[in-house]
Each structure stands twice: as structure tokens, then as C-alpha cells.
Write a protein that binds this ligand. Structure first.
Ligand code: XBP
Length: 252
């Protein structure tokens, strides 16, 4: 089988957006709404088990604040809170772009130059995915992504396979021709259920999760002068992640 596409997760994989981006934006939205809620780093780590900002808000309200009441339907309340959070998230990125993780820009450039297709499969809303791509990668390079599958485009978010299946459908490729790059166990489950081999680049929030089904688990994609650390799996004697290694993984 020949590698035809790389499918990237976004938050935590392309950039460390959760702790300093989404979390901060949620807190600013709470403040603006006159709520005393504060999601600290540890609590946010627990809440990350729920994919999707709107779903995370609902989970928090129903599980952590069972007494909470409002004078409007909960759906509407969550939607407007999330809308405000999205405004803050974009502002945070525009004012202070969150850098891409090590090796991400190099790998994207390498793939584009070698006609390997690029796709996104994210739980975050399309607006927030685009905000990150435009601010961290730049509007020109954002266009390298031929397919963006995100947020509410599917009914069931990760760990369901839906978003990856949608990405594959839009790419018009089979799972055996593509490789997924993820950072969490939920993302790994979603990609694996869609039939994709997956490479994990761990981060602070996900480092203790179960990655048994991953083909390769790394601390980052690495660079030619800053090698990755292999946490698990076969790196075929490579020191940084490139298309040659991606092809080896697809073949085996
Ligand atoms: C990450 C998520 C998202 C973000 C918040 O998705 O679960 O919900 O935390 O984004 P992924 P929204 O790792 O799949 O990219 O508020 O836009 O949902």
C-alpha cells in the first residue's frame, strides 16, 4: 500500500491549544457571563475526557453543578456561552498565536511538496480549527489542507469513528492509504475504529493514557536536529518523523 494522505488531529497535536487557548477562552466567557466558574489546569484535564466544547460545558453543568438553574433552555444557554468562548479563543490566537508543535510545519510542507494529501479530523468547531490554522500556519499554508472534517459535521464526536470516516470519504481514499496523527486515547480510538494506523505525539494532558493500539507513540514529531523520543513502537531507525517513516508504517 502507498501512503496517500496524512490526517491530523488539531488540538494538542498541531499545537498545545487546550491549556493556554481553549481553557482560557472558556474562563473569559464565564467571567463575561457573570459566572464564578473557573476551570483550572487540573479540572480542565478531567473535563477533556469530553470532546467538543459545547458537550464539555453540558457535562460540567450536569455533573459538577447539579443545582444550577437558568431562565432559558439549557441548549440555548450553552450555545451562547460557547459562541462567546469562540470569540475569545480567536482573539487569543490572533493576539498571541499558539506555536505549532515541533516538526508539524516541516511534515506538512514535506507532504504538500510530495503530493501527499493533507486532512484534518477534529472534534473542535470548524471556526476554531480554521482560527488555529490561519494564525499558526498562515492563511497560505492553511490551504494545503484539502479536507477539513470538524466539530458538528458529524453527529458523534471522538471517540466515535465518525469524523475520521468523514475525512476518508472527503479524501476519497481508503483507510489503508492514510495515516492518522493524534495526541489522545479518544482520538486513537476514533482513528482505529475507522481502520487507520495511528501515530501518537503525547502531551502533558495525555501522557498517561492508554496507547496500546497506536503504531508508534512519540514525545513529538521531532526535527532533523532535535530527535523525537520513542515511547512505544517501531521507529524503523528514524530519529524524526518524516514521510519515509510514514510510508514504512503504512506498509507494515
Ligand atoms: C479538541 C476538543 C475541542 C476543544 C474545544 O478536539 O475536544 O472540543 O477542546 O473546541 P481535537 P470547541 O483534539 O479533536 O481537535 O470549543 O470548538 O469544541
Amino acid at each position: 500500500m502507498t501512503l496517500k494522505a496524512l490526517i491530523f488531529d488539531v488540538d494538542g497535536t498541531l499545537a498545545q491549544t487546550e491549556k493556554h487557548g481553549h481553557r482560557v477562552a472558556f474562563n473569559l466567557a464565564f467571567q463575561k457571563a457573570g459566572l464564578s466558574w473557573q476551570w483550572d489546569i487540573d479540572l480542565y484535564g478531567d473535563l477533556l475526557e469530553i470532546g467538543g466544547g459545547k458537550e464539555r460545558l453540558r457535562h460540567y453543568i450536569t455533573h459538577y453543578l447539579p443545582e444550577f438553574t437558568i431562565n432559558e433552555p439549557l441548549d440555548q444557554f450553552i450555545l451562547s456561552l460557547h459562541r462567546q468562548k469562540t470569540i475569545y479563543y480567536r482573539q487569543l490566537l490572533v493576539n498571541n498565536a499558539i506555536p505549532l508543535r515541533l516538526g508539524v510545519k516541516r511534515l506538512i510542507t514535506e507532504a504538500y511538496n510530495q503530493n501527499i494529501k493533507l486532512a484534518i479530523a477534529s472534534t473542535a468547531s470548524l471556526e476554531n480549527v480554521k482560527a488555529l490554522l490561519d494564525t499558526s500556519l498562515g492563511e497560505e499554508m492553511s490551504k494545503y489542507f484539502e479536507v477539513i472534517a470538524a466539530g458538528d459535521m458529524v453527529k458523534n464526536k471522538k471517540p466515535a469513528a465518525d469524523i475520521y470516516l468523514l475525512a476518508l470519504e472527503k479524501l476519497n481514499l481508503s483507510s489503508g492509504e492514510c495515516l492518522a496523527i493524534e495526541d489522545t486515547n479518544q482520538g486513537l480510538i476514533a482513528a482505529t475504529q475507522a481502520g487507520l494506523k495511528t501515530v501518537i505525539t503525547i502531551n502533558d494532558y495525555s501522557k498517561n493514557q492508554n496507547f496500546d493500539d497506536a503504531f508508534l507513540v512519540l514525545n513529538s514529531l521531532g526535527e532533523p536536529d532535535l530527535f523525537f523520543q520513542v515511547i512505544k513502537g517501531n521507529n524503523y531507525h528514524h530519529d524524526y518523523f518524516n514521510l519515509e517513516l510514514a510510508q514504512k508504517i503504512i506498509e507494515n
